[in-house]
Design a protein around this ligand. Structure first.
Ligand SMILES: *Cc1c(COP(=O)(O)O)cnc(C)c1O
Length: 356
């Protein structure tokens, strides 16, 4: 028997979620597929959306070049822009659009020549204080870009630091700061959380990421409530079942002790696959259609589950760790992280199976 752990990828759900982003606002949307498409496979994501995405966004020039080499022809925005002069030449050659977030990038650009002009997005620091130029420096940056024959200023962009929180004060303040300026080109502001809040009146291009994969970044709103469908289902199977009497412990460190005679199911999945080691006892696992609690510590290759309430479950029974039946956002919250990280940490040991 081959190891049963696998990730099923339902690409029709990626298209469905992309359409939700577009319909909510009727803006253009660049699908964010950085970090290997949030662990789903960057080129597979791009292929699945090639018929409808207005463009794609990735973190770095390397990722963008890989998309071009895979035959992707849509506009591609590089969110962190060029990191050295040679990347400006690559951007020109591969028709990449670059964010400019620092004057150093213009100094790098001045060190090289290239034939075709490069479209750029000026990134403003509107309050997150990570990347971006301050409002007071924006006019000079805009003038320098516009005086450069090799550059085309396409958009002004900014990124929200707290658009996912129930308290929207920071989000509103950042929006107000961005909308309070007269910009010479259209704006791009919204990430998924902002898209799900309805987007920002007056922007042109959205940059949805996590929502495309079917997870909700919004505090207090589940993916299902937002109409999103999970692209990835992480599944495996039971490889052993047995009973332990009340009073005995299960797993490393004996951290979980049975309070009743308990039927234990052993699932072939662990942190070596990317299942979070910090998932506590009680984390939901679906075994043969029944929601069962994780018990004991997560091991490298296995987890243990209380299957007392799933009497039909036996060796070979299907198990879902997250996806259609188990909300990844619930697993992530219990494990003290976010779905973004769970997706990105799925290891290459887990084979991907593509579904239409
Ligand atoms: C990653 C990223 C996004 C997408 O964010 P989500 O929360 O996944 O929707 C948008 N814009 C920028 C600049 C990003 O880095």
């Amino acid at each position: 028997m081959t190891r049963p752990a696998r990730a099923l990828l339902k690409w029709s759900n990626l298209r469905h979620n992309y359409r939700i982003a577009r319909q909510r606002t009727r803006h253009e949307a660049y699908a964010v597929i950085k970090a290997d498409g949030y662990g789903h496979g960057m080129t597979a994501c791009a292929d699945a959306l090639a018929g409808e995405a207005d463009g794609f966004a990735v973190a770095c020039v390397d990722e963008a070049v890989r998309l071009r080499d895979a035959g992707i022809r849509q506009p591609i925005l590089v969110l962190e822009g060029a990191m050295e002069p040679a990347e400006w030449q690559l951007a020109s050659r591969y028709h990449l659009q670059l964010a400019i977030h620092h004057p150093q990038q213009l100094r790098d650009r001045a060190a090289v020549v290239f034939d075709e002009a490069v479209a750029v997005w000026l990134k403003i620091n509107s309050g997150m204080n990570r990347l971006g130029v301050r409002f007071s420096d924006a006019p000079e940056m805009i003038a320098r870009i516009r005086n450069d024959q090799g550059l085309i200023l396409r958009h002004v962009m900014s990124h929200f630091s707290s658009s996912d929180e129930a308290d929207t004060a920071c989000y509103e303040a950042q929006k107000t700061r961005m909308l309070g300026q007269a910009w010479p080109v259209p704006l791009s502001l919204s990430n998924s959380a902002s898209v799900l809040r309805g987007g920002v009146e007056g922007e042109r291009v959205l940059r949805p990421g996590i929502m495309l994969y079917g997870s909700s970044p919004l505090e207090g709103v589940t993916a299902r409530e937002a109409g999103l469908r999970p692209v990835m289902t992480l599944q495996s199977a039971l490889i052993s079942t047995h009973s332990v009497p009340a009073g005995e412990s299960v797993g490393y460190g004996g951290s979980w002790t049975a309070t009743r005679e308990t039927r234990v199911g052993v699932v072939a999945i662990g942190y070596g696959d990317g299942y979070p080691r910090h998932a506590p006892a009680g984390t939901p696992v679906n075994v043969a259609g029944v929601r069962c609690p994780l018990i004991g510590r997560v091991s490298m290759d296995m987890i243990t589950v209380d299957i007392t309430d799933a009497p039909e479950a036996c060796i070979g029974s299907p198990v879902e760790l997250w996806g259609e039946l188990v909300d990844i956002d619930e697993v992530a919250a219990l494990a003290g992280t976010i779905s973004y990280e769970l997706y990105c940490r799925l290891t290459p040991r887990v084979p991907r199976t593509n579904l239409q």
